[in-house]
Ligand binder design. Structure first.
Ligand code: GDP
Length: 338
């Protein structure tokens, strides 16, 4: 036992106080930033307590960035695109943090950003920070953590935040609700249905980029771009005055990447000037308060011993039609301490 104790003690000593985390983050220390995000993602109450303190202290140093949501179905080229686009942002003098929300990663063992081989240059660049999606829990559990990780990255000096997600529905709404600009990556000739892209997701897009516009695919991509541009005319105008754009690009050759960057910079300039980014972020903060409340209430409900004991019985009664679902729900809610 005495042999393991010294290393244990060293490890314990390395545990940082909230103030040390904050200091490390504000000085741009990536290791400390990484460890702080691990605390944010942790399920353990003592970790969450420290994380809350750290995030609260960092919040007033956050916000000085453009927050970009990126989505598209698996295979559209998101990882390849983020590598090229991230490097192009760095070329323009930005510091880039890449985060992800992938509620499916539990099943597919962290597919999204898990495999960094397509982002090798970006991953090792001193001005980039890449963090895969938290791999456990539901979207309701993951998304708020990614949002807090984003605030910590901003406090650490990253001024372009990319939040990636897969094109599978709800997770887009979460990403859209924490970013300023929403970029939808598409392929030519795959058909909207095939790409699983719902009208609602297209409606959220500030820019649709048709990727893989290279080689024999170039003309098809241009055609698709025109079609999408046409389709976008039928959507209601955005209240901020921005007209969604369409572009083609090749994440592989780098063609069109700078144009995408410049469209986003134009958006950032206009929407900072007219105050939209700030107003939108205020609305988003309020939205996340409500999300957090719902998530917290639900977690407490299902964690309650009384609920756990009574739920199967009432569930069975509801299934048999002996009691209405609403009545059963009210009976269960009464079991919670008021
Ligand atoms: P993700 O699943 O959306 O992250 O897509 P990946 O970045 O993993 O890319 C899927 C495949 O498409 C890989 O084989 C890439 O090399 C390829 N790919 C990505 N972007 C392009 C592109 O612009 N042109 C071509 N020709 N292939 C690409």
């Amino acid at each position: 036992m005495s042999e393991v104790q010294p290393s244990f003690r060293i490890k314990r000593k390395a545990a940082l106080s909230p103030a040390e985390y904050v200091e490390g983050i504000l000085s741009g220390n990536r290791t400390v930033l990484s460890r702080a995000i691990t605390l944010v993602e942790s399920q353990r109450a003592e970790h969450q307590a420290i994380a809350e303190e750290v995030v609260s202290a960092c919040i007033r140093h956050s916000g000085k960035s453009i927050r970009i949501g990126i989505t598209g179905v698996p295979g559209v080229g998101k990882s390849t695109f983020i590598e090229a686009f991230g490097l192009s942002l760095i070329e323009a003098g930005r510091r880039v943090a890449v985060l992800a929300i992938d509620p499916t990663s539990q099943k597919s063992k962290g597919s999204i950003l898990g495999d960094k081989t397509r982002m090798e240059k970006l991953a090792t660049h001193e001005h980039a920070f890449i963090r895969p999606s938290p791999s456990s829990g539901s979207l309701g559990g993951i998304a708020p953590k990614t949002r807090e990780a984003m605030l910590l990255c901003e406090a650490a000096g990253y001024n372009a935040i990319l939040v990636e997600t897969v094109g599978v529905g709800q997770s887009e709404i979460a990403v859209h609700s924490m970013t300023d600009f929403f970029l939808l990556l598409m392929l030519a000739g795959a058909g909207d249905e095939l790409q699983g892209i719902k009208r609602g997701i297209m409606e959220m897009a500030d820019l649709i980029a048709i990727n893989k516009a290279d080689g024999a695919n170039r003309d098809k991509a241009r055609l698709a771009q025109q079609e999408y541009q046409h389709a976008l005319h039928f959507f209601p105008p955005h209240p901020n005055g921005w007209r969604p754009r369409t572009l083609t690009c090749s994440a592989l050759t780098g063609e069109g990447i700078v144009e995408i960057r410049e469209v986003i910079f134009e958006f950032e300039k206009k929407m900072s000037k007219n105050g939209w980014i700030e107003r939108q972020r205020t609305e988003q903060a309020s939205y996340w308060l409500r999300q957090a409340l719902e998530h917290e209430l639900l977690s407490r409900f299902y964690a309650s011993e009384q609920v756990k004991a009574k739920l199967p019985e009432l569930d069975a009664a509801v299934r048999k039609g002996e009691i209405s679902p609403l009545r059963a729900a009210k009976a269960l809610l009464k079991l919670l301490p008021q």
